[in-house]
Design a protein around this ligand. Structure first.
Ligand code: NDP
Length: 501
């Protein structure tokens, strides 16, 4: 729903006009601007240049030049680290502005957006520390006349493509690590939520990142994103988004054999045994389902409850979920904000209707909420969901929780693994053996035990199977943006001639 009057919180607000960053220059687009209507307020809040293929080619050329001629890749790790630390300080200093942009453009609650900014600044600091620790290996055990040295070199130009659900956090899971390695980059945020990434461009210039090292394009995926995945001067792609576009990205990259890192969808099971601390779990279940309105690859959208506790636990979750505060994303007390677009709201609604047709029961919500501005969805719970229903297998990306049941540990593991995704999972039990068995048998990149969606810059994040390729964060995150080179060095007279002397 589009607003007819400006919401009170935005009375003095003027839509912001952004430009793209190419080779250190803020650049207008050739065509008409893209307008972003705030999903929680129904007014235009940002305008972006509609970047073109030609803009993408100029940005890639700038990144190539900055990589091939330096100075970024040839600076010391300490020099790059100091710039990344300065960027982290500037992110912290502008956190309120960045959180506000993420809130109005994505519809996420402002309190949550501020939390994400704190997490993002920490990631920049962590990457800065890794920049000084990037190193190869040496082998002096290959015989007296041989010394082997393995170098870690920056891979080159990296295309970074990000989605709309965590605009600043996701670019922060990629860009500082690519920069720490000495790479140069072309970044494309989602056309729906480009604001905070463009402000990041201002921050990086102020921090001392040279021209051409970070280029930021706005525009649509097919127009500016696609050339970033096909151009021969790009060495690596780091993509977060849907499994479908991830698959297309990988196919495009195959033409020139680029390295690809993919963070894709998830349909994450939470397996709950009767001996679990149910008070703790019920809070985590509500958080896992409705955090970021469920528009989260890590959403705990698939509960697998032991049959003996399913009815009681579902009722308690419904009771708590009915108290979740849905409303204006700018209200600091809001917990569940707006849905990204009207089309996406419709897609979520269709999942609920189809699940009900297939035999699931709507235990809570199930419908859009008319709050007079933007588009919102009530916290929803579907019970009686069976493993083969679409709602149990596909990413809904909305505030919809599916409840399934199990009787034996083997059955729980089978249900948890019977999908194409493998991003994350959780197990709830006071029994150590149960937790460890589930932890080892469920095929997912992260398994939480008696908690959900906790994260840290030190812990790798990524998925099995169709949830993606590669890992972000963690101590190897910078290495992902490097190539190894072997220097095999010979000393003294060469022995072992092949041809007779
Ligand atoms: P997409 O995969 O469509 O978009 C992710 C990014 O890829 C955006 O920047 C998008 O640009 C860009 N893109 C789109 N098409 C191309 C292309 N042909 N070549 C290169 N880049 C391209 O995700 P959506 O944002 O549309 O979300 C759709 C669904 O994806 C969601 O409903 C959800 O299921 C899933 N998703 C998963 C995420 C995750 O974290 N795992 C995050 C976001 C979405 P633009 O949007 O500007 O056109």
């Amino acid at each position: 729903m589009t607003a007819h009057v400006k919401p009170k919180a935005l009375e003095n607000f003027k839509a912001r006009d952004f430009r793209m960053l190419i080779d250190g220059v803020w650049t207008e687009g050739a065509g008409p601007a893209l307008e972003r209507v705030a999903p929680g307020h129904g007014i235009v809040v940002s305008r972006y240049p509609a970047g073109t293929k030609a803009d993408a080619e100029r940005a890639i050329a700038a990144a190539r030049k900055a990589f091939d001629h330096g100075p970024w890749p040839t600076m010391t790790g300490a020099e790059r680290s100091n710039i990344l630390l300065k960027a982290a300080d500037l992110i912290a200093a502008r956190a309120d502005e960045l959180a506000f942009l993420d809130c109005i453009e994505s519809g996420k609650p402002i309190s949550q957006a501020k939390g994400e900014l704190g997490g993002a600044a920490d990631i920049w600091r962590y990457a800065a520390a890794l920049a000084r620790d990037l190193h190869g290996e040496s082998y002096n055990t290959l015989g007296e006349g041989t010394l082997g040295v393995v170098l870690r070199e920056a891979i080159g130009v990296v295309s970074i493509i990000t989605p709309w659900n965590f605009p600043f956090l996701i670019v922060s899971q990629k860009l500082p690590f690519a920069l720490a390695a000495g790479c140069t980059t072309v970044v494309k945020p989602s056309e729906l939520t480009s604001g905070s990434t463009l402000v990041l461009g201002e921050i990086l210039i102020e921090a001392g990142v040279p021209a051409g090292v970070v280029n930021i394009l706005t525009g649509t995926g097919p127009e500016v994103g696609a050339p970033m995945t096909t151009h021969p001067d790009v060495d690596m792609i780091s993509f977060t988004g849907s499994t479908g576009v991830g698959r297309l990205t990988m196919a495009n990259a195959a033409q020139t054999l680029k390295k690809v890192s993919l963070e894709l969808g998830g349909k994450n099971p939470q397996i709950v045994f009767p001996d679990a601390n149910l008070d703790e779990f019920i809070d985590a279940a509500v958080f896992g389902a409705y955090f970021n309105a469920g528009e989260c690859c890590n959403a705990g959208s698939r509960l697998i409850l032991h049959k003996s506790i399913a009815a009681e636990v579902t009722a308690r979750i419904a009771d708590l979920a009915s108290k979740v505060k849905v409303g204006d994303p700018l209200d600091p007390t809001t917990q569940l904000g707006a849905i990204i677009t009207p089309q996406h709201l419709e897609k979520i609604g269709t999942f609920v209707i189809d699940a009900a047709k297939a035999g699931a029961s709507v235990a809570l919500g199930g419908e859009a909420l008319d709050l007079g501005l933007g588009q919102f969805m009530a916290p929803t719970i579907l019970s009686g969901v069976l493993p083969d229903m679409a709602v149990a297998r596909e990413e809904v990306f909305g505030p919809v929780l599916s409840v399934l049941t199990f009787e034996t540990t083997e059955e729980a593991i089978r249900i948890a693994n019977a999908i194409d995704y493998g991003l994350s999972a959780s197990v709830w039990s006071r029994d150590f053996d149960t937790c460890l068995t589930i932890g080892r048998k469920v095929r997912a990149g992260t398994v939480w035990m008696n908690t959900f969606m906790d994260g840290a810059s030190e812990l790798p994040f990524g998925g099995y199977r169709q949830s993606g390729l590669g890992r972000e964060l963690g101590r190897h995150a910078v290495e992902d943006y490097t190539e190894t080179k072997t220097l095999n060095m010979h000393m003294g007279a060469r022995t072992g001639w092949w041809m007779p002397r």
